[in-house]
Structure formats: structure tokens, C-alpha cells
Design a protein around this ligand. Sequence first.
Ligand SMILES: [Zn+2]
Length: 253
Amino acid sequence: MAFPQEWMDELLSKNEITEVVSSYVTLKPKGRKLWACCPLHGEKTPSFSVSPDKQLFYCFGCHAGGTVIQFIMDMEHLTFIEAVKLLAERAHMELPEEKNDKELIRLRAYRERLYAANKAAARFYCEQLLGPAGQSGRDYAQKRGLVKDIILRFGIGYAPEGWDNLMKHLESQGFSEKELLDAGLLVKNPNSGRVYDAYRNRLIYPGCWTTASPSISTPATRPSTTSGRTCTACFCRRAPSSLTSSWSRGIWT
Ligand SMILES: [Zn+2]
């Protein structure tokens, strides 16, 4: 998909690199550049720089660098087109050829399938916790002070023992193995090729609560950014810190 140069120029001018980068890390000015610890690789001293003059970033540690589009591609693990789309959304710009781009339409429809799979999984896990299979999960939840009201309010679930409970449930709803793998709900052993549930015998916290108030009626299992990043890892193995700190302080401690 080729974007008109004029449109790309507008996109870049409306996504000033220091503003975009600042939404991920705190930049500190030094010389003609701004610096931070690199958000793309682990480090303790800042080697990640942004040049407002050139509208470029560069990391002296991992050697990542480029325009704001490259930064979003690296940060959000997106393709070029997906990164452009995210930045267009951020700047409230319409994609010029979006309506006619069959590949984008196909990708968007597929992403919706992954969201739907995650939503169905959230419901399944929650039903498991409240149902006969969830006794050990409820016992554990009780030990941690998770009362039923909290479980319902936050859509907390339980992945029961077994390798294919979720797989069978979602495949019976019409989801394909590939969709469930891409959604991060199943994993594949690279050696044996065996496919199985990603989560077993553990409490499940839908990853939606990092940004929004949750609701069991509408489990927000979309990724926290509305960017269209790949819909994986929507479930956390531990209660998100924002949940423990703001919604139920003390409950998980
Ligand atoms: Zn780096």
C-alpha cells in the first residue's frame, strides 16, 4: 500500500517524534537531543536519543533508529502499514486508500476474530471459576481475599487443569486453531508440534484493566492501545498493578 507523499508529510508533522516517544518514556534534554533509557531494550543508563531537529531516534545500545514510524513499529511490534495506521489514528487522520485496500480489510476482519476469541475465552474462564471445575481456583481466590463480588466485577477467571479445555470450547464455537494460536490462547510446542491451552490451573486476570474500568458484561479483552496491535497476551498471570493499586488495594498483598 503506497501512501501519497503529501499525506505522509502531514502524518509526520502531526506526530512530532518527541511527543510520541514521550508517551512511552520520559525524555530528558541534553545538548541538542533528548535522552532516556531505551524502551526497546533493557538498560540502566540512557543511551536512547531523540533528535527533534531531525525528527529521528537512535539507540546507541541496541542500534535501533529511524523515524517516528520506525519507533512505533519497534515499540508496538507492528508492520509499516499498521504503524502508519496507528499514527493516523493518533492524529485523527483518515487513511487515504483504506477503503479500497483489500489487505487492510482482511487484516481488520482477522483482528476482530482474535478479539472475539479473547472475549469468548474470558467468559469461559470466568464461568469455570464460578462452576464445578473451579473449586480449587475458588479456594485459592478465597485465600487471597478475592470475594465473589470482586471476581464478577473484574471478570477474573480460572483455567482448569487439562491441556485442551479452552481449545475444545472455542473450536466448538467455530474458532480455528490458527486463530487461537494467533490470539495467544493456545501455544504450540516447536519440537513436537503439539498444540495445547496456554493457561492451565491458574487464576486468569483479563489484561484489560490496565487502562479501563472493567465490566463482566463487556470484558474488554482488546489490547490496551486502540492501535490495532496484534491481539495477543490479553491475559495476565498476575493481577495487573493498576488493579491492585487502584481498584482493590490490599486484596492481593
Ligand atoms: Zn536500545
